[in-house]
Design a protein around this ligand. Structure first.
Ligand SMILES: *[C@@H]1O[C@H](CO)[C@@H](O)[C@H](O)[C@H]1NC(C)=O
Length: 161
């Protein structure tokens, strides 16, 4: 009975977390007539590569891209481990490994979001400087505390039982 609830809880949180991660590939920066994600900028005529994103000047942008890709990979690994554990779990064992991978993934997201916050003007083209943070940015900052909370609660509750 307890085990079944655990499947639900952990599987659910892992699933929601991966959905969160997908949103990180959307809008990071918005202004009246353009939006930016980490790879492209879009305006009314279409979407284009971010200018100079492959050069040394954009090293911070590349770092943010890398942390988001790493977070995505970790979230997939976490899901995979969760599925594996479903089959191998004995009574009393918990999804500690899944929880830890999820925390690592959230940590990557937070690192990327911090770099973006601190450095986004340094890698943005002049004409993109006007604007506001988009919802992917907000999701990135919300994802970390939520995951930290759910991960810690999971680990703490586990000790109590
Ligand atoms: C959209 O972006 C492209 C590439 O930066 C630019 O050439 C084009 O003029 C822009 N279109 C509008 C309507 O701003």
């Amino acid at each position: 009975m307890i085990l079944k609830t655990q499947y639900h809880e952990k599987g659910h949180s892992e699933f929601i977390f991966c959905l969160y991660i997908l949103h990180l590939f959307q809008v990071w920066w918005v202004w009246e007539d353009y939006t930016l994600d980490l790879w492209y900028h879009c305006n009314s005529t279409g979407c284009y590569d971010i200018p100079n994103s492959a050069t040394v000047d954009a090293a911070y942008l590349q770092t943010v891209q890398a942390t988001m890709i790493l977070a995505t990979i970790l979230c997939c690994v976490g899901f995979f481990v969760f599925i594996l554990q479903l089959f191998r779990l004995k009574q009393g064992e918990r999804f500690v490994f899944t929880a830890i991978i999820q925390l690592l993934s959230a940590f990557c997201v937070m690192t990327g979001a911090s770099i973006y916050t601190a450095e986004h003007l340094s890698f943005k083209e002049k004409h993109f400087e006007k604007g506001d943070y988009g919802y992917s940015f907000v999701v990135a900052w919300v994802a970390f505390p939520m995951t930290l909370l759910s991960g810690l609660m999971y680990l703490v509750l586990r000790k109590r039982k």
